[in-house]
Design a protein. Structure first.
Length: 38
């Protein structure tokens, strides 16, 4: 089910120069290392 927003936000985020994979890469590596050790 979709949720209807109560009001519109004027919040702005700074531009991001990284791809999603670049942002997630350290977490993926940590998970992979943990999965291999366990």
């Amino acid at each position: 089910d979709r949720v209807t927003p109560l009001q519109i936000s004027d919040a702005e985020l700074p531009p991001c120069e990284k791809t999603a994979l670049e942002i997630l890469e350290p977490h993926i590596k940590r998970y992979a290392a943990h999965a291999e050790s366990g």
